[in-house]
Design a protein around this ligand. Structure first.
Ligand SMILES: N[C@@H](CCC(=O)N[C@@H](CS)C(=O)NCC(=O)O)C(=O)O
Length: 206
């Protein structure tokens, strides 16, 4: 059994979506971020970085339980172990890795900072401008890719789409206007309509 420590946030939805896509059973363990549960010793034992998501796979590679943190590492681990969501074509597999790292190193931090600075009682205009501009630039990179390929890795839907979807579905959080990115909007609609995505989001909302 896989225990998923998570919450209904841009990073938190990725693992339930991947597990639903792979058709695997899992147990949702909700972490209350407002109560700082993610910084308590029991959780730090699973993720020393004190953030969600994290998983405990009771059946790790050696048959012993394995803890995994960082959403990209979790999705890659699940994809490899259960043979899904990772393109078989070697070039597309590299692209999947590229757009996973792109999300973790770019989209997540920039969108997160844009949203945080925009919502302060006394916003710092230079910081808001800097992070919004970068969020728009990153969205334009995804727009260019999706103008020429149906999915971020290429022809197949993969963990790269799930990683970026978590943040891109809330473009307005970072002050990005979705109407300027039609291929991204179309890609978002196609992912949102997937039964596995609908199931995962419904479970997280309850
Ligand atoms: N790079 C990490 C980011 C994880 C992250 O920032 N999670 C947020 C929720 S979206 C969190 O746990 N925030 C609570 C905190 O920072 O204390 C990943 O992809 O797993």
């Amino acid at each position: 059994m896989i225990d998923v420590y998570t919450a209904n946030t841009p990073n938190g939805i990725k693992v339930p979506i991947a597990l639903e896509e792979l058709g695997l059973p899992y147990r949702l363990v909700r972490i209350d971020l407002s109560a700082n549960q993610q910084k308590q010793p029991e959780f730090l034992h699973i993720n020393p970085n004190g953030r969600i998501p994290a998983i405990v796979d009771s059946d790790g590679p050696d048959g012993e339980p394995l803890n995994v943190f960082e959403s990209g590492a979790i999705l890659w681990y699940l994809g490899e172990k259960f043979h899904g969501l990772l393109p078989l074509d070697p070039r597309e597999r590299v692209s999947a890795m590229e757009y996973c790292f792109f999300q973790v190193g770019g989209v997540g931090p920039m969108f997160g900072q844009a949203g945080w600075f925009m919502r302060q009682s006394s916003p710092i205009p230079l910081a808001v401008q800097r992070y919004q501009d970068e969020s728009r630039r990153l969205t334009a990179v995804l727009e260019a890719r999706l103008q020429v390929q149906p999915w971020l890795a290429g022809r197949s839907y993969s963990i790269a789409d799930i990683m970026n979807y978590g943040w891109l579905r809330q473009l307005n959080y970072a002050g990005v206007d979705a109407a300027n990115y039609p291929a991204v909007e179309d890609w978002l609609a196609r992912i949102s309509a997937r039964p596995a995505v609908i199931r995962a989001l419904a479970k997280l909302a309850n």
